[in-house]
Design a protein around this ligand. Structure first.
Ligand code: FAD
Length: 427
């Protein structure tokens, strides 16, 4: 059977794939989006039950549709639940008539020798495409550090496997990683009455709100979402924010005062005990500095622009240090501490095993500039910091998709010129 042909094949039907489809359509580029499960599957089935968006509805969305248009109960300052986010993306795909085929997995894509284009094997047959946009997201393969042996006396799971407190064995829980996922899961477990240990590494922790404006607004007006590159030495700092219970600032000192036991970065395991780096105090201090720097910049912005926003001294209040911060635990016998579960909220790795082209470095990271790869015809979308800080967020990916659609259009124009020139030359 002859292979189906399409100009541009988009792999992945999450927010990135949908945004890409919108801009390809605007540029009149024939395309197809393949999604191996359902649209926005990760929001539906690969996150915990109580997850809500980390950004408010007015902000974390595509320009062309409000959350309230999809679910009237969601106000602009609400944090939509994960099912609502998925419903929103489904509604958006419908609104733009995105040509998405669900339940079709891309198994392998490779260059066709001797001519432009790619041969793509899918679970539903072969497709030939001139361009491929890999929109499979930044959160592909959960990372669990190889630290504990298989026979260690605890259950282990990645944050993608966590659903709710009732799912876990009786006993205390250690959560490793204090980004947004780890911190939100730790808070939920503490509220459910569990004894909770949280391993805190370097992090940023912006204020949820300051002087009556959400941090998403502040990072926007201060130009921080648009920061084009990470500052040297600050490469992998995770961000601790929460939209849970209407949104609140993550304050590790307050969590410790409420009974959460904080430890430093988890370093090693030996004979039933975990060892932690002596960096807890430093990590918390640097998180505080990050918070204060945002508050200072916000104040300066208010003054410079003469804005009428109320003073907010409570945002600078410091909760006294609990015992776990005054005398950090450096080693913990899991059995003695009653820890029966470890949840690794330690992030994700890329997995482009299906994409058989030479555009990856030795760590499997795509080589690209703003998503345009070093392999002609291959594009990436949804990468963290693809073009700027906002790139992996719903609204940020939309702008990166526009850029890529323009690049694809430019390349198509060159190829169209070549075809026309050759036909003129043959006459
Ligand atoms: C816990 C958490 C909370 C977040 N909260 C927010 C938030 O509040 N606001 C915000 O803006 N961002 C948030 N993000 C970031 C981001 O918006 C989401 O992670 C989002 O899911 C990324 O969208 P994506 O389209 O890039 O990737 P994904 O949603 O991962 O979509 C990729 C799709 O590709 C499909 N796929 C993968 N491989 C193949 C294949 N070989 N063939 C076919 N299909 C394939 C997958 O099934 C998936 O549906 C959050 C992230 C996490 C982890």
């Amino acid at each position: 059977m002859a292979a189906e042909k399409i100009d541009t094949l988009v792999v992945g039907g999450g927010q990135a794939g949908i945004a890409m489809s919108e801009h390809l359509s605007r540029n009149g580029i024939p395309h197809l989006v393949l999604e191996r499960q359902r649209i926005a599957e990760r929001w539906r089935s690969e996150r915990w039950d109580s997850l809500v968006a980390n950004g408010p509805a007015w902000h974390d969305r595509f320009p062309g549709l409000e959350f309230g248009d999809v679910d009237k109960s969601v106000g602009p300052d609400d944090f939509p639940g994960k099912e609502t986010v998925a419903d929103y993306l489904v509604a958006y795909a419908k609104k733009i008539a995105a040509p998405i085929r669900t339940n079709v997995e891309v198994l392998k894509a490779e260059r066709i020798p001797g001519r432009t284009g790619f041969r793509v094997e899918t679970s539903a047959g072969v497709i030939e495409a001139n361009n491929i946009v890999a929109a499979t997201g930044a959160f592909q393969r959960p990372i669990i550090p190889k630290m504990l042996p298989a026979d260690a006396p605890v259950a282990q799971m990645h944050s993608t496997g966590y659903r709710n407190p009732a799912q876990l064995r009786e006993g205390a829980v250690l959560i490793v990683g204090a980004g947004s996922s780890g911190t939100q899961i730790a808070e939920e477990l503490l509220e459910s009455g569990r004894r909770v240990y949280l391993s805190v590494g370097p992090h940023d922790r912006p204020p949820r709100a300051y002087r009556g404006r959400d941090y998403c607004w502040w990072l926007g007006v201060l130009g921080k979402w648009d920061a084009a590159a990470r500052e040297a030495g600050k490469e992998h700092v995770t961000i601790a924010v929460s939209g849970a219970h209407g949104g609140h600032t993550i304050d590790f000192r307050r969590l410790a005062a409420n009974g959460m036991i904080l430890v430093g970065r988890t370093e090693a395991y030996d004979k039933g005990a975990l060892r932690f780096a002596p960096d807890l105090v430093d990590n918390i201090r640097r998180g505080d500095e990050n918070l204060m720097s945002v508050l200072d910049e916000a104040d300066a912005f208010v003054t410079r622009n003469g804005l009428d926003l109320p003073e907010d001294p409570a945002a600078r209040e410091k909760v006294p240090d609990a015992a776990c911060i005054r005398e950090p635990i450096l080693s913990l016998d899991l059995a003695k501490a009653g820890i029966t579960t470890i949840i690794w909220a330690t992030g994700f790795a890329f997995d482009y095993g299906w994409l058989k082209v030479d555009t990856f470095d030795d760590k499997g990271k795509p080589r690209h500039q703003r998503g345009v790869s070093t392999e002609p015809g291959v594009y990436f979308l949804g990468l963290p910091w693809q073009s700027r800080r906002g790139s992996s967020f719903i609204w940020g990916v939309w702008h990166d998709a526009r850029f890529l659609a323009d690049q694809i259009q430019i390349q198509r124009a060159y190829m169209a010129y070549d075809a026309a020139a050759r036909s003129r030359e043959q006459r």
